[in-house]
Design a protein around this ligand. Structure first.
Ligand code: PGA
Length: 250
């Protein structure tokens, strides 16, 4: 049994006050839900205030990224120990926006994952193809390359994979259930070759324009074990609806 995860990636949104207002509205909506892991990744600046509000609740805190060095002359970076200290259980690593705008590569993603695991964090490891790569028929090759590169010398136990087709992120265009299931099954197959039967226990999230009106269809795909959500996670009502996706389909 793979326990589903519904995760909010707030990206560059929300001050401390806005985070507090969101949680005040959201937490009562999801009290007592224990068949889904609920994860929220605010910006770094709101982690400390969020951790106070989340203590004793069923919602887990994540950071949107983490650097691979522990300390030193790395202006602007944040270490795994620092986010652990703020109560994060997860770090999102390898998001396509990090790859696209901040020069992250499979190699730096791999180093970040190693550092995060080394500090007892769990990792939401993001992969996904661009539209150009999909149209050129290279989706599987790209996904395999990202999995091989990102997971070099890494045990799978504390990794959650997020499949996020770049063309579906923030565009309103969702992958069809067929496209999502095909990619997720392919990813699980690659993990099966690398890790054997442990692959059956790995949660693989879908990300890319997930909304209350498409979450049930996406979650019904057999190899989709959750969602990583940007835009539709910013409003408490909308994110609570996602957490309450239709269970009977699973
Ligand atoms: P979106 O973002 O839900 O706004 O498409 C998803 C993500 O980037 O994780």
């Amino acid at each position: 049994m793979r326990k589903p995860i519904i995760a909010a990636n707030w990206k560059l949104h929300k001050t401390v006050a806005e985070t507090g207002a969101f949680l005040n509205a959201f937490l009562p909506e999801v009290t007592g839900i224990d068949d889904v892991e609920i994860v929220i990744a605010p910006p770094y600046t709101a982690l400390l205030s969020a951790t106070g509000k989340l203590s004793g609740t069923n919602v887990t805190l994540a950071a949107q990224n983490v650097f691979y060095e522990e300390r030193g002359a790395y202006t602007g970076e944040i270490s795994p120990a620092m986010i652990k200290d703020l109560g994060c259980a997860y770090a999102i690593i390898g998001h396509s926006e990090r790859r696209q705008y901040f020069g992250e590569t499979d190699e730096t993603v791999n180093k970040r994952i190693k550092a995060a695991l080394g500090h007892g964090l769990k990792v939401i490891f993001c992969i996904g193809e661009t539209l150009e790569q999909r149209e050129a028929g290279r989706t599987n090759k790209v996904l395999k390359g990202q999995l091989d590169g990102g997971l070099t010398d890494i045990p799978i136990d504390d990794i959650v994979v997020a499949y996020e087709p770049v063309w579906a992120i923030g565009t309103g265009v969702t992958a069809t259930t067929g496209q999502a299931q095909e990619a997720h099954a392919f990813i699980r197959g690659v993990l099966q070759k690398k890790y054997g039967d442990k692959a059956q226990g790995v949660r693989i999230l879908y990300g890319g324009s997930v909304k209350p009106d498409n979450v049930d269809d996406i979650m019904a795909c057999p190899d989709v074990d959750g969602a990583l959500v940007g835009g539709a996670s910013l409003e408490p009502d909308s994110f609570a609806k996602l957490v309450k996706f239709r269970r009977s389909q699973k």
